[in-house]
Ligand binder design. Structure first.
Ligand code: ADP
Ligand code: MG
Length: 375
């Protein structure tokens, strides 16, 4: 679903008043990662696309001295005197994303002016499609309100807000692709140099995300544990980051650290193999290999995601499937022959419902452009 500027502006004015000339609309997309899972925080390679699902933040000025924000997604409203924003403490809820961005903007020399914001996201929230980076980047653009900022600074600032204030030790992928993606292409990002290049997505293959509709409590703790395990393996191997390790080096480690390192090394290689692959079938095989690695070596999958991958594997016209995002729930990403989409949707719904009693969300993903003001 894509909102028009006019409908967003009308909804904003119903909430906050003012005239349509006062309202500006900012859009920042969610993303789905095609290859390179959990590699960004080891200075590795990732290959996401931005989605047509996005977070829209509308903005108008106010004379109250406050930053006021309402989220259409949860119906909640918050307000703070702008002068107090630098000292607000985390509330451990959605408002931390807004305040975290405001604080980082102050710190970077872009003071936040009093404003009314309305947030409305079409990215499913907490499903591994990065509603978090979408709300961060859209909020940052709305608070900057036309003040220019280099892309890399915006990306790093949003990541710092999530790392420091929300308390999630995420890598740079989500904010990066949200800002820099191009329509119709995937973005290969080198998370060490922060350089990227776009590669066109072949139109003959459809990308579908399937939402398992589960979100395990395990997720956040396990993410933190994986980040720590990668740091430990790095120190034992004496490399700058696990991106620099080899499979032979991984085999000198033991137990879990060996398996974790094997995933990071093989997954980085799969990013390059995916870009070099000549056919949808080859790309699909890399998807299945990535899923097996995330399930067995990295241990971030769950029965629901494994089941969605196995259901997809049995459908004619499916090239490949894998979990995507942090894991322990959220989405799989599937490469499908467009002619097979109706069959895919029907079978995935039916079999997943039979197995777990839940109807999965299914989203056709169109590689879309990065964040911008929407006029
Ligand atoms: P993901 O990024 O995979 O969607 P996260 O756990 O990283 O999952 O981020 C989800 C959190 O981001 C939500 O719990 C909520 O706090 C916040 N969030 C994202 N979008 C919105 C929104 N439109 N309104 C309010 N909060 C949001
Ligand atoms: Mg997130």
């Amino acid at each position: 679903m894509v909102f028009t500027t006019e409908s967003l502006s009308d909804a904003h004015r119903r909430k906050w008043g003012g005239s349509s000339a006062d309202v500006k609309v900012y859009r920042a997309p969610g993303r789905v990662n095609l290859m390179g899972e959990h590699t960004d925080y080891t200075e590795g390679f990732v290959l996401p696309i931005a989605l047509d699902l996005a977070c829209y933040v509308t903005r108008s000025k106010n004379a109250s001295g406050e930053l006021r924000v309402v989220s259409e997604n949860n119906g909640q409203e918050r307000r703070w005197p702008t002068s107090a924003l630098p000292v607000v403490q985390p509330m451990h809820d959605w408002s931390d994303y807004i305040v975290g961005i405001a604080k980082e903007l102050f710190r970077a020399g872009y003071p936040v002016e009093p404003a009314n914001l309305r947030v409305h996201s079409t990215v499913p929230i907490g499903a591994g499609l990065s509603s978090s980076a979408a709300i961060e980047v859209a909020t940052a653009l709305a608070l900057l309100d036309g003040r220019s900022i280099p892309d890399i600074e915006l990306i790093q600032l949003c990541r710092r807000a999530e790392n420091r204030f929300v308390g999630m030790p995420c890598g740079v992928m989500d904010q990066y692709v949200c800002v820099k993606a191009g329509a119709g292409s995937m973005l290969e990002i080198d998370c060490r140099t922060l350089e990227s290049h776009a590669a066109p997505w072949p139109e003959e293959v459809a990308i579908l995300a399937v939402n398992s509709m589960v979100r395990h409590e395990l997720g956040q703790g396990a993410y933190r544990t994986r980040v720590a395990e990668c740091a430990e393996a790095r120190d034992l191997l004496g490399v700058r980051a696990l991106r620099d390790a080899t499979l032979d080096q991984a085999d000198t480690l033991h137990g879990e650290l060996r398996r974790r390192t094997r995933h990071i090394v093989s997954e980085n290689a799969r990013v390059h193999d995916f870009l070099a692959a000549g056919s949808p079938a080859e790309r699909g095989e890399l998807f299945y290999a990535s899923h097996a690695s995330l399930r067995d070596d990295y241990a971030v999958s769950c029965p629901e995601l494994d089941s969605l991958v196995e259901i997809a594997r049995g459908i004619e016209g499916v090239y490949g499937a894998r979990m995507t995002g942090g894991g322990f729930g959220g989405c799989t990403v599937n490469l499908v022959d467009p002619a097979a989409i109706p069959e895919f949707e029907a079978k995935v719904r039916q079999d997943y419902l039979a197995a777990y009693g839940v109807v999965p969300g299914i989203y056709r993903c169109m590689p879309s452009a990065g964040a911008a003001r929407q006029v």
